[in-house]
Ligand binder design. Structure first.
Ligand code: ATP
Length: 358
């Protein structure tokens, strides 16, 4: 539906020029909840602003439904934005704020009132239609901003960190509602966040960005289970990194006996090996595994499991989660030895060049 082709954006010129986006390629499907995720300054908002038409690209194309939209002004593009700040008019009522978005786009006046009523029903704000937006809570203002952006029936709704001003409980509730709305209306959402959990729980697919480049585009499970590089592995969840060597189709880790390569892995020479803390097994594991001995350096009880930091014999540390569903974790003590196993199929081999650069 939306084809982002070799899109780049440079701010300024000469010595002060800054390349905010470097040749981005993404195809977004109709009806998708697509998230742009990355640390502050990675270029997510810039990409959203290019799609909205608030900024002009320095290179590349934006093709929507087969048409290049580069020269179409923002208010004529079939996309609309919900801003982090909501950008509501405080002196206008809820209904007037929603109508404003339609008037600005030149909607036929006879259609405006019924459309406002319809959309206020959808976001469950019809009972507050005559309330001034300055007299509403953060969550209510968020719904009005959403209604205003949805009213012109955009092909794509762009959402720039729309939930970041809400407290945690309301934020969780609005995450659920946004997702429900998106599914029910069958709309395409492009959502910007720097919050990994929010991205993982809400998205069909996520583009992880860093320094104006795309690091990986995939569904949440693939990103978590098969990160393309060290940056993605660390940005999405917690990760342990160990150095290893691949020779003759076998992997050696920290001087341990060689084991077969994880399923589907292909490498040779020095590698960085990643394993998630919850994949590390206390004691020994069935099947192919690397066994490591260490000393418990820190223990943190977290209800469902105990977070253990293990100091390995070679000086590296390893984080693991031991489930509290047996009495085993009650015998753990700082300074005590602990043997763990890393199942081979839970190991991920990451490209060494990118791992070192990160
Ligand atoms: P955040 O999560 O902090 O909003 P972001 O990933 O959305 O970050 P952008 O706002 O897209 O980041 O900015 C990307 C980079 O481009 C930043 O380094 C920023 O300073 C720079 N930048 C953005 N707008 C401009 C501008 N108008 N002129 C110059 N540099 C800019």
């Amino acid at each position: 539906m939306l084809d982002i082709r070799s899109l780049s954006k440079k701010f300024g010129s000469g010595d002060s020029a800054f390349q905010a986006l470097k040749s981005i390629d993404i195809t977004i499907e109709e009806g998708e909840f697509f998230t742009l995720l990355g640390p502050s300054g990675c270029g997510k908002t810039t990409l959203l602003r290019l799609i909205a038409g608030f900024e002009q690209p320095s290179g590349g194309q934006l093709v929507l439904d087969g048409k290049d939209i580069a020269t179409i002004p923002p208010n004529h593009r079939p996309v609309n934005t919900v801003f982090q700040s909501y950008a509501l008019f405080p002196h206008m009522t809820v209904a007037q704020n929603v109508a404003f978005g339609l008037e600005a786009r030149g909607t036929n006046p006879a259609e405006i009132a019924p459309r406002v009523d319809e959309i206020l029903e959808i976001v469950q704000m019809a009972h507050l239609r005559d309330r001034k937006s300055s007299q509403m809570s953060g969550g209510q203002q968020q719904r009005v901003a959403l209604a205003r952006a949805l009213a012109p029936r955009p092909r794509i709704l762009l959402l720039d960190e729309p939930l970041s001003a809400l407290d945690l409980k309301l934020r969780k509730q609005m995450q659920f509602e946004l997702k429900r709305l998106q599914r029910e209306l069958g709309l395409t959402f492009i959502f910007v966040t720097h919050d990994q959990d929010e991205a993982l729980t809400m998205s069909d697919r996520i583009a992880v960005m860093d320094g104006g480049t795309l690091q990986q585009v995939a569904d949440p499970r693939t990103l978590y289970d098969h990160p393309a590089n060290r940056f993605v592995a660390e940005f999405i969840g917690e990760a342990n990194f160990l150095s290893g060597t691949v020779a003759g189709g076998k992997l050696s880790l920290s001087g341990q006996a060689p084991v077969p390569l994880p399923h589907g892995a292909d490498a040779s020479g020095p590698v960085t090996v990643m394993i998630r803390p919850e994949q590390v097994v206390v004691g020994s594991a069935g099947g192919n595994a690397v066994t490591l001995d260490g000393q418990i350096e820190a223990l943190v009880f977290s209800g469902t499991d105990t977070h253990v930091t293990l100091r390995l014999e070679n000086g590296d540390t390893l984080s693991l989660r031991a489930p509290n569903n047996s009495h085993a974790t009650t015998t753990f003590a700082e300074g005590e030895p602990l043997r763990v196993a890393l199942p081979v199929d839970a190991l991920r081999l990451l490209p060494e060049d990118i791992a070192n650069a990160a």
